[in-house]
Design a binder for this molecule. Structure first.
Ligand code: RBZ
Ligand code: NIO
Length: 349
């Protein structure tokens, strides 16, 4: 099984070096900007600009929310019913979701894409529903989420979205998720990638109780056992244990890296897909920064594997891209410091 994979070049080493020099020369004590300094250097290296762009123009920071339903949702793994998925797709489309409020506050463009929602969504425009890969993805503890062909189609859809978002003026891309039950396949993908047992990756998602957590752990363990021997190939992992929306997110992240566009990651779904994108397109992680630490254990495990330290740690477990959007002002703060701070040599005259 194959999905075309663009080669990833590393971020600009020359821009990184001059950003490091500029940071060291600012009228601040050495190291005083802490991780904001590191972030400014990363933004310089990934945009190739020193100082980095301020990212304040409309449309420069863009979020795509990948939506889909999951067969496991019918098996007691979520605190909410699957009917919430289409309802929340409509809510994001009408600009009234949690992430919409954050995006409006921070000047982030939002697009929601129905990759595999199990509902007609006939009231929504083709720009949202017109590229659906299938209605819902398979319940991974009993069957593959997708066929090989559907997986490749979904990955390619995500890649196309990254190209569209860059063409629309995106200079920092964010990925978000919507879909009741999606923390189950996402945790399974992390377990498969890291070779961990279900108990170490499973979290409470929307807030399942002890019984729900036990059922969810069982579903993940059964899915991992069912697919044993297939965990090395990232595309086959997405087919076996993922979903169409997670495959599309993986393609989106891999393609952003291949295009040389920096990405701000969100919670579990985003970071699980980043792990797969790194396997699909080695070096992709160099283009990623982590917006926040979610409460899901698999998200922290995947971040550690990617070598990423999250910018925020707020106990947030919403998804939708909300943690990435909440971190946008931190990224802009880093850029502003490297752009606007005088040099020590200028003030000591
Ligand atoms: C009202 C509502 C809005 C949401 N927005 C994002 N999620 C998040 O929670 C779900 C994943 O958690 P689980 O695997 O436990 O179902 C996904 O829809 C995800 O996007 C929401 C969930 C709900 C209920
Ligand atoms: O980690 C996340 O982003 C998350 C956690 C719970 C529910 N939805 C998303």
């Amino acid at each position: 099984m194959s999905a075309t994979s663009g080669a990833v070049r590393p971020p600009d080493a020359g821009a990184r070096a001059s950003a490091v020099d500029r940071l060291a020369a600012l009228a601040t004590p050495a190291g005083a900007l802490g991780r904001l300094g590191d972030l400014a250097v990363w933004l310089s290296a990934t945009t190739g600009e020193v100082p980095p762009p301020d990212l304040r123009r409309t449309g420069e920071v863009r979020l795509t929310v990948f939506a889909g339903d999951h067969g496991v949702a019918a098996h007691g793994v979520s605190a909410y019913p699957a009917a919430v998925t289409p309802a929340m797709v409509r809510t994001v489309a009408s600009g009234r979701a949690g992430v919409s409020a954050l995006a409006a506050a921070h000047g982030v463009s939002v697009r929601v894409l129905d990759v595999a929602v199990d509902d007609d969504l006939a009231d929504l425009p083709p720009s949202v529903t017109g590229r659906r890969v299938r209605r819902g993805s398979g319940a991974i503890h009993v069957e593959d989420a997708l066929t090989g062909e559907e997986t490749v189609t979904a990955v390619e859809l995500g890649r196309a979205v990254a190209r569209e978002e860059r063409a629309a003026g995106g200079r920092l891309l964010l990925g978000g998720d919507l879909g009741i039950g999606n923390t189950t396949p996402a945790a399974s993908l992390v377990a498969a990638a890291l070779g961990l047992p279900a108990e170490e990756v499973v979290g409470r998602g929307t807030g399942v109780d002890e019984d729900g957590l036990a059922r969810k752990t069982d579903v993940v363990a059964t899915a991992l056992a069912r697919t044993r021997g297939r965990h090395d190939d990232p595309v086959d992992c997405l087919a076996a244990l993922g979903s169409a929306d997670l495959a599309a997110t993986t393609g989106y992240l891999a393609e952003a890296a291949a295009l040389g566009v920096p990405v701000l990651l969100d919670g579990l779904m985003s970071v699980a897909c980043a792990l797969l994108a790194e396997r699909l397109a080695p070096g992709a992680a160099g283009w990623f920064a982590a917006g926040h630490r979610s409460t899901e254990p698999a998200q922290s495990l995947a971040l550690a594997k990617l070598g990423l330290e999250p910018l925020l740690d707020l106990g947030l477990r919403l998804g939708e891209g909300s943690g990435a959007v909440a971190a946008v002002p931190v990224v802009r703060s880093a850029a502003a410091l490297l752009r606007g701070t005088a040099l020590l040599s200028e003030v000591l005259t």
